[in-house]
Design a protein around this ligand. Structure first.
Ligand code: SAM
Ligand code: GLN
Length: 288
């Protein structure tokens, strides 16, 4: 049996199970098993398949067919050109969130933020935002919080993997870092970023099987999806340095609400950044 035939059968199996991208998922899973690059995979399609991997292959296909996200099976996900470790304790980083990262990097390029800024990432999960910013901005320091100790363990592993652990300060906390943690003098930040849980609680049961495999803690935004934003925005002022910026990822219909909350808390709100589908995805505001 050739690799091509194994791929075809796996694709067919996933398609019948209702998987939306069966060929791509089968390819990614097969390559994870063999360690092949994309180029090697396509080059080797006519070659015989190694039978001794057959059992693991079937196990992977079954997990994927039952809705487990590909990233939980491979243990990895690409985000902003970097590979992140992921486990079921963290949300799989999303392309939408790359827009928040992109906007933050622009603020530094445009010199609206100092190169040696302190950044706070609230609800860091895998560390996708915090680590990517630290990799791309060699002088910033980042405090990253999460209420999940298991998520923070993954974020720490990702900081080490990308060699930015010296400039990342992970703190367990309900939104905010504990008193006395870095930056010690006043616990104030030039930039606060967050992709908080923002799904309406009642909607979670209706989401795709993939999303339902992700931690409820990472998704549940309370009865109207805005609970975490309300608490976050009402506490925010105290953590901002003068001229500081705030970037918040929001759900497709939440930008107006979140902008109003920020304005009511005394922030100067700018027009949101749109995602590739045209939805307002990143709300931006300035201190003062
Ligand atoms: N920042 C990551 C990303 O963009 O991929 C993860 C975002 S995920 C939507 C939200 C994260 O917030 C989860 O890791 C969850 O554990 C964390 N979280 C939920 N409630 C929290 C709270 N009250 N305080 C701190 N973190 C919280
Ligand atoms: N982007 C995720 C989704 O639509 C939700 C993440 C979040 O709640 N911040 O499934």
């Amino acid at each position: 049996v050739t690799l091509r035939e194994v791929w075809r059968q796996g694709t067919e199996f996933l398609r019948r199970a209702g998987v939306k991208t069966p060929a791509l998922d089968a390819e990614v899973l097969l390559r994870h098993l063999t360690g092949q690059s994309r180029e090697e995979f396509y080059r080797d399609l006519p070659l015989p398949w190694l039978q001794d991997s057959d059992l693991r292959w079937r196990e992977m296909l079954n997990r994927r067919a039952s809705g487990t996200p590909v990233a939980y099976i491979t243990g990895e996900k690409e985000f902003y050109g970097l590979t992140f470790q992921v486990t079921p304790a963290v949300l799989v980083p999303r392309p939408e969130t790359e827009i928040l990262v992109q906007r933050a990097l622009e603020l530094f390029q445009e010199k609206r933020l100092p190169p040696n800024a302190w950044v706070l990432d609230i609800g860091t999960g895998s560390g996708a935002i915090a680590v990517t910013l630290a990799v791309n901005l060699p002088k910033i320091q980042v405090t990253a919080t999460d209420i999940s100790v298991d998520a923070l363990a993954v974020a720490r592993a990702n900081a080490r993997r990308h060699q930015v652990q010296a400039r990342l300060h992970f703190e367990t906390g309900d939104l905010w870092p504990p008193e006395g943690s870095a930056p010690a003098d006043g616990l104030k930040f030039n930039l606060v970023v967050s992709n908080p849980p923002y799904i309406e609680a009642e909607q979670i049961a209706q989401l795709s099987p993939e999303v339902r495999h992700e931690p409820t803690l990472a998704l549940d935004g309370g009865p109207d999806g805005l609970s975490v934003y309300r608490r976050l925005i009402s506490g925010l002022k105290k953590y901002m340095l003068p001229q500081g910026w705030v970037l918040l990822e929001v759900g497709a219909d939440q930008a107006d609400h979140v902008s109003e909350l920020l304005a009511a808390a005394g922030f100067k709100v700018l027009p949101p950044v749109l995602d590739l589908a045209g939805y307002p995805r990143v709300v931006q505001a300035k201190e003062g």
